[in-house]
Design a protein around this ligand. Structure first.
Ligand code: SAM
Ligand code: SF4
Length: 426
């Protein structure tokens, strides 16, 4: 039997798909490059914005046509499009054989004729890495209920995996060539509050730090209010933890943050930002912004723009507000910013960020950067520095090793340079 998994959305979805693939491999199925010729096709979906759902619906149309032309495959829809009740989905897509909530692998394994309940953490099944980096979900779900966001309704409450289980997974990857792990959570600093003895993210990082072969640890996404000095200390003290913080602010005006129910004031966000910068002045900072949220005035948008000008993030992910049925904002607030205005604001932030990223990256010209080499393509090595910036370079290197690269060219999106010769052992 052959299977194909199609994935959109966040890193957590990528990790979920890889875990499912490992379960299907273990059960004796083999992967197929596309849906054509597959016996089982799984769409791992995202619902964070309407556009992501539209892409999955487009894929479903394609699968239906393959079926109508005589391909006898089973179709499963997994991920954030599937809520606790799937009757509406069943009515819209009667040709789908199974709907599975995020990390609910059992209905899909059942379609393949395998009685493997999996369970949400499925501790006996780890993905097969296909490179030197791997994602490791450490806390599932989200308890925050920001008014615009569908995630808590689809991924449920926060549940942490045990340190022992996570360490096992990291050891499994590192024994197979992985050198960098990214610890994942929708709010990754929530890690551990639900476990006996309530370890925090810093404790987890300390517990995996000595895994053989591991060179780097990353973590995302941070929720500003959950970031503690203790966690920042762990990042500062542990050499393998990269000084890169992904802390979504979403908006730069207090009234918008209130309507979003983000649970912090702008002053509190700045306190977190300053705490990180004070302890780690060279840390890379990344954030998310939503423009055109319900009722966003021109003045409120300007406040967001000015905040970004002031804080100078290394990277900003910006999205136009997309109303999600079932969320608090969809039920109680008008989506009253016209699409054209949302787009205008989106572009303004993209342009600002292109300028700031170029300036930040140009400041790296002539510096030496530590790069974990991930691949070689078109005659160049590719990897990332500790800040997570993509670097293409020439010279002597090896995939899976750290290289020291002198930066010779910088754009908003990437850096280029040449590897320095490795020091000769005395
Ligand atoms: N938990 C993280 C946080 O606190 O921001 C990020 C998880 S969320 C799934 C990823 C990003 O999607 C958010 O940071 C937000 O910017 C964006 N997002 C979520 N809901 C959205 C919506 N309805 N419209 C536009 N963007 C949205
Ligand atoms: Fe969504 Fe807010 Fe949870 Fe992030 S913290 S996943 S934006 S509800």
């Amino acid at each position: 039997m052959k299977y194909h998994i199609w994935t959109v959305g966040c890193q957590m979805n990528v990790a979920d798909s890889r875990k499912l693939a490992a379960g299907l491999d273990r059960a004796g199925l083999s992967a197929s490059a596309g849906p054509e010729g597959a016996d089982l096709v799984v769409l791992n979906t995202c619902s964070v914005r309407e556009h992501a759902e539209d892409r999955a619906i487009g894929q479903l149309g394609r699968l239906k046509r393959l079926r109508d032309r005589g391909q006898t495959m089973k179709i499963a829809v997994m991920g954030c499009m599937v809520g606790p009740r799937d009757d509406e989905l069943q009515r819209r897509f009667p040709y789908v054989d199974a709907f599975a909530r995020p990390q609910d692998f059992a209905p899909i394994m059942a379609l393949a004729g395998i009685d493997d309940a999996g369970g949400e953490f499925w501790p006996s099944t780890f993905a097969q890495p296909d490179g030197v980096t791997a994602y490791v979900p450490v806390v599932h779900g989200c308890d925050k209920f920001c008014t615009y966001c569908i995630v808590p309704y689809r991924r449920g409450r926060e549940r942490s995996r045990t340190i022992a289980d996570i360490r096992n997974e990291v050891e499994h990857y590192c024994a197979r060539g992985v050198r960098e792990v990214t610890l994942l959570g929708q709010t990754v600093e929530a890690y551990g509050h639900d476990l006996p003895d309530a370890p925090d993210l810093g404790d987890l990082m300390r517990a995996i730090h000595d895994v053989g072969g591991l060179e780097r640890i990353r973590f995302l996404t941070s929720y500003p209010k959950d970031m503690t000095p203790r966690i920042v200390d762990a990042v500062a003290e542990l050499p393998k933890v990269c000084e890169s913080f992904y802390i979504p602010v979403q908006a730069g005006h207090g009234a918008v943050l209130d309507r979003m129910r983000r649970g912090y004031t702008l002053a509190e966000y700045l306190e977190t930002f300053d705490m990180v910068r004070a302890r780690l002045p060279h840390a890379a900072m990344v954030t998310d912004i939503i423009v055109g949220f319900c009722g966003e005035t021109e003045a409120e948008f300007r406040a967001t723009y000015e905040l970004l000008e002031r804080l100078r993030f290394d990277k900003v992910h910006v999205a136009a507000y997309s109303p999600r049925p079932g969320t608090i904002a969809h039920r109680t607030m008008a989506d009253d910013v016209p699409e054209a205005v949302k787009l205008e604001r989106l572009h303004a932030i993209e342009q600002l960020e292109a300028r700031i990223s170029t300036e930040i990256n140009r400041a790296l010209l002539d510096t030496q950067q530590e790069v974990l080499v991930e691949s070689r393509r078109d005659g160049r090595w590719n990897g990332r520095n500790r800040a997570g910036k993509l670097i293409h370079f020439e010279g002597e290197a090896e995939v899976g090793r750290l290289a020291t690269v002198r930066i010779e060219h910088a754009t908003a999106w990437s850096l280029q340079g040449t590897a320095l010769p490795a020091p000769v052992p005395a």
